[in-house]
Ligand binder design. Sequence first.
Ligand code: HEC
Length: 126
Amino acid sequence: MKLLITTLSVVALAFTVQADLGDASKLPPAAKKTVDFDKDIKPIFEKSCVKCHSGEKPKGKYSMETKEGIMKEAVKGDSAKSELVHLAADLVVDSEMPPLDKRDKYPALTKDQIGLIRAWIDQGAK
Ligand code: HEC
């Protein structure tokens, strides 16, 4: 019985950690070019994300105002394991970003935009 409980908690923990990632094989590929944060990345986040994810009470307690803030939901060097990429690519049902019902104001990211963000994370989020 003790072993069963241990096994169940390990499984539960694994689910908690994985909960906000979808099927990484469905992500658009990372862009091939060297990306520049200010030129390539910042405008995308400003248009589609930062209005909700900034200020004193950022939505989901997630502030995207600085690179450090953004990287709290990403894994430096590994965009395929980065939650923000999975959410922006609509791979996690009910956690799509921007939220589906707000897309008239905050446009969904295109595959190319997601590719740029992936490349930025993969290249070390500089
Ligand atoms: C209209 C407002 C709005 C916009 C625009 C928006 N979000 Fe969100 N975001 C939310 C809300 C609300 C939550 C919290 C959802 C929840 O807790 O269920 C959230 C949660 C998140 C989380 C999870 C945070 C956590 O602690 O797990 C991530 C990552 C995220 N958003 C990324 C993005 C990205 C990337 C964009 C732009 C592509 C974006 N969001 C655009 C409202 C927004």
